[in-house]
Structure formats: structure tokens, C-alpha cells
Design a protein around this ligand. Structure first.
Ligand SMILES: [Cu+2]
Length: 125
């Protein structure tokens, strides 16, 4: 009886483990994660990591602000007419995240509106 209970418990645990690993695989398969790194305002094209971020069309990029300052992830370039046309996170507080799904293949440059020397690129294939 006792061994039966152990077998049931182990069975439940292994089913949970398989479920969790499948869940993680699907999460990772859906796009890329970009960190806004510590001291990002001084890091130029290393402020966003990885840079470039690579996804397939239909996948999302999730930015996470891992710095202690506020930042943005804003498409285009500082002062350009297309600034923010594709995406704009708005102000990202420390630990805040922003998702954007890229539906078209191509390259999208982006930057931080608060620190325009922070630049990055998303490559969509
Ligand atoms: Cu910034």
C-alpha cells in the first residue's frame, strides 16, 4: 500500500515535470528576451542585450529593465520622423517589462528616448 502511494506520488511529480518543461519550451519558442542592462545609459549599443535581438515573424520580443534607472525601448531613431511608429514601450521603471510582436520580416532599429545613445536593433526573419 505504501509503495503504491509512493508510485502515485512519483507519477504525479513526473507528469508535472514534463508539463513544466513543455511549458518552458513553448515560452522560449515564442520569441526573444532583451535585457536593459545595469548602467545602460552609459552602455551605447551594449545597453540592450542581446543586440541585435533575433526573432521570426509572428514572434515577440520582451524587454526587461534590469537597470535602476527608467528607460524606454522606442523604434526608430532620435529626432527621426519614424520615432515610435513601430513600437514604443513608454517609460519602463526598474523591473518593468514590455512585449511587442513583430509580424513583418525586416530590421527595426530602436533606442531609449531618455538616453538616445542607447541603441539596439531587432532582426525579424
Ligand atoms: Cu534610457
Amino acid at each position: 500500500m505504501f509503495t503504491t502511494k509512493i508510485a502515485v506520488v512519483l507519477g504525479v511529480i513526473s507528469v508535472l515535470a514534463v508539463g513544466l518543461s513543455i511549458g518552458q519550451v513553448s515560452v522560449y519558442a515564442q520569441g526573444a528576451s532583451v535585457s536593459i542592462v545595469p548602467n545602460a545609459s552609459t552602455m551605447g549599443d551594449k545597453a540592450f542585450s542581446p543586440n541585435p535581438a533575433e526573432v521570426k515573424a509572428g514572434e515577440s520580443v520582451t524587454w526587461t529593465n534590469d537597470d535602476s534607472q527608467i528607460h524606454t525601448a522606442t523604434s526608430g531613431a532620435v529626432g527621426a520622423e519614424d520615432s515610435g511608429k513601430v513600437f514604443d514601450s513608454g517609460i519602463l521603471s526598474p523591473k518593468a517589462t514590455f512585449d511587442f510582436k513583430f509580424d513583418q520580416a525586416g530590421e527595426v532599429d530602436y533606442y531609449c528616448t531618455l538616453h538616445p545613445q542607447m541603441v539596439g536593433k531587432v532582426v525579424v526573419s
